[in-house]
Write a new protein. Structure first.
Length: 271
């Protein structure tokens, strides 16, 4: 059967719109879930308080109403104290010598740009957080909790987002149309060329959802989605990977879709 094939550009635009919507809801929902988890956790407040203690004890941060904030002056004095506290003063001295901003006696050279000097000090504060504070269990316990709840929240948000945009909306709509397909005027049909069954959306959803959930982890999901898109160039009916799994084909809106009930026995046997 001759199935009306849309242009590759329309396929790309449709997929791009859907992906943006999914990712937007994924991160918004994930952040909301993250806040709810933290606010309702009995241990979160205690872990955060101990984490802030580490920052304040270093003298590189000061207590403010909503938490802690990086100091605004006397950087050299506070950095010297912090690196000494962790037994790494030599590291700080080496960084100063290599920066080119200081004389051999530790004083600041003339004509050093104040903004560049401040950037150097800020880089040392960040170095302290990465290399010094990380040796403190109080610091690591909070970050570990934050990372764990953040990952869980993003995964839940991603699943809910895919559920809405890639299963519920196509399921309640006509011919498996996502928002992207509605905008670009595309439809889904069974690979046989006839109207698809609703259950065919499920395997498509599962494959797409797995790829999306892997995006926050070093962008693995994006590579999978790209590989799936490139697959449409390698077959006559421009089927992506999730099309193969769901036994579906994307068609132009002008294609006259034959209702499933009117399919012949031979087609029913294929499904």
């Amino acid at each position: 059967m001759n199935i009306g094939r849309p242009t590759i550009l329309r396929r790309f635009i449709s997929g791009f719109i859907d992906l943006i919507l999914v990712l937007l809801m994924m991160f918004l929902t994930g952040n909301l879930i993250h806040l709810l988890i933290n606010n309702n956790s009995s241990s979160y407040g205690e872990l955060k308080e101990k984490y802030q203690e580490v920052l304040i004890e270093s003298t590189l941060y000061e207590k403010i109403e909503d938490g802690v904030s990086i100091i605004q002056d006397d950087f050299d004095e506070h950095l010297t104290y912090c690196f000494t506290l962790y037994g790494k003063l030599n590291d700080y001295q080496d960084h100063k010598n290599n920066s080119g901003y200081f004389n051999e006696d530790g004083t600041i050279k003339e004509n050093v740009d104040s903004e560049e000097l401040r950037d150097f000090y800020i880089s040392q504060v960040l170095y302290a957080r990465t290399n010094l504070f990380a040796t403190d269990e109080r610091y690591n316990a909070y970050l570990s909790f934050e990372n764990r709840t953040s990952n869980i929240s993003i995964l839940i948000g991603g699943f809910l987002s895919c559920l809405v945009f890639e299963l519920i909306i196509p399921f309640i709509g006509k011919n498996g149309k996502t928002i992207g397909k509605r905008i670009t005027r595309l439809s889904l049909v069974s690979a046989s060329g006839y109207q698809m069954k609703k259950w065919q959306l499920i395997p498509r959803f599962i494959i797409y959802c797995i790829a999306v959930l892997l995006i926050p982890f070093q962008g693995i999901g994006l590579y999978l989605l790209l590989a799936s898109f490139l697959l449409i160039f390698l077959n006559r009916r421009n089927m992506a990977f999730h099309d193969y799994i769901g036994y579906t084909v994307v068609v132009d809106f002008t294609y006259d879709i034959i209702p499933y009930e009117e399919q012949g026995d031979d087609v029913n046997e294929q499904n």
